[in-house]
Design a protein around this ligand. Structure first.
Ligand code: HEM
Length: 368
């Protein structure tokens, strides 16, 4: 087949299995890419003679006059796609060079790593600084000892299914994405091969309970997460959680911060699920350009949601006294409810039993 050059089209072009195989080998197994094999000076480049048997560039090409990689058409960086003609049904195989793949690979190998370090690092440092500044947010009036029901069994089941599957997705996603750098130096190649294989399967299977859980949350909690005027008040007073704040904004069942988490988890989680399933069925709906976009969206959302959930876990455990009871036992202390969700508490508070005024027998009480 004769290679010809055409303008790049990001999403539309079919791909060559040749390029896909090169990418998966280069990225997934960590082999140096074609240019690296012939010594292009990249950090991953090995010696020139890297093939079994020590073949040189000369002996691997039909043309004995080729002496440098730059003389080999496919080793020269292209700005355009190089697409040929094939007579087999799978037209993807006609793409020999897909330059957008280089941008994608840079994102996969470096961009995503530094984004994750930056976003998650800033979140963890920010939470640590907030903890040092504010300490644990206590129930100012102390515990009352009276419990108010907050979440039903089914709500908690959905929450913990989402939580466990998310944590499993996050850990296995990190192993698959960054394990090559982080784990191989610690546990070696053999153990990493086994670990990453298990991580890949666990990652694929944890997605489904996560989707069901967030769909359930969406249906059950959407009515409590519609933005309202109370949210504005809560935001203006930073939730009443800053040091010395005497005003606790009145909130409904969920405050503005929680509504933000809800929508981030539901919309972000659904976008992650869709892109995840599309990557499980490669090329089902798009070519290699589309697959690269799905991967980038999936990776960036994963970083963002992980940071949001770290903040959520902090406030639900260490950050605020009395919050964990809501999801742990399904009920909260009455004073916690009054302080953090006054509006909701007013609709839920236990009916007071009428207590007649206590007056000594024979005396007329002032009210009479
Ligand atoms: C160990 C992990 C987690 C802990 C300790 C935790 C704790 C909590 C607590 C205590 C509440 C109730 C807050 C209240 O009553 O006002 C809650 C609510 C909620 N959780 Fe979690 N959670 C965890 C993980 C997750 C994960 C992974 C997700 C989603 C992927 C999630 C999504 C939600 C949502 C949407 C709500 C309702 C809105 C809100 O309170 O922010 N949680 N969680």
């Amino acid at each position: 087949m004769t290679p010809t050059t055409r303008r790049p089209r990001w999403a539309g072009f079919p791909i060559a299995a040749f390029v896909a195989v090169l990418m998966s080998v280069a990225v997934g197994l960590g082999a140096p890419d074609a240019r690296a094999q012939v010594g292009d000076g990249s950090p991953e480049a090995g010696p020139v003679e890297t093939e079994p048997g020590g073949l040189t560039l000369k002996s691997r090409t039909p043309d004995p006059n080729l002496t440098s990689p730059d003389q080999v058409e496919l080793y020269v960086p292209h700005d355009d796609q190089v697409v040929g003609r094939v007579s087999i049904p799978d037209q993807k195989l006609a793409t020999l060079v897909q330059p957008e793949g280089r941008t994608w690979r840079a994102f996969r190998m470096e961009g995503l790593f530094w984004t994750a370090i930056g976003v998650i690092g800033v979140t963890v440092l920010g939470l640590a600084a907030f903890f040092l500044y504010r300490g644990r947010i206590r129930i100012s009036a102390g515990r009352s000892g009276t419990w108010i029901p907050r979440f039903s069994f089914w709500e908690r089941l959905a929450h913990w299914t989402a939580a466990l599957s998310f944590i499993s997705l996050a850990i296995t996603g990190l192993i698959v994405t960054f394990g090559r750098y982080a784990l191989i130096p610690l546990i070696g190649h053999d153990a990493f091969t086994a670990t990453s294989e298990v991580a890949k399967y666990v990652h694929n299977f944890s997605g489904t309970p996560f989707v069901f859980a967030i769909l359930f949350m969406l249906v059950v909690w959407i009515k409590d997460n519609i933005p309202s005027r109370a949210d504005w008040d809560w935001l203006r007073h930073a939730g009443g959680v800053l040091k010395g704040a005497s005003y606790h904004p009145e909130t409904e069942r969920f405050n503005a911060g929680q509504k933000g988490i809800f929508w981030a988890v539901v919309l972000g989680g659904l976008a992650m699920s869709v892109t995840g399933y599309l990557m499980l069925a490669p090329f089902a709906v798009t070519g290699v350009g589309g697959m690269q976009i799905f991967h980038v969206v999936h990776g960036l959302l994963a970083v963002l949601l992980t940071a949001i959930i770290i903040a959520h876990i902090y406030i639900g455990t260490l950050g605020m006294e009395g919050a964990f009871d809501a999801m742990g036992r399904g009920e909260v202390d009455e004073n916690w409810a009054k302080e953090h969700h006054r509006g909701w508490y007013e609709t839920k508070r236990p009916p007071r039993v009428y207590q007649p005024p206590r007056t000594p027998p024979g005396e007329v009480s002032p009210a009479e």
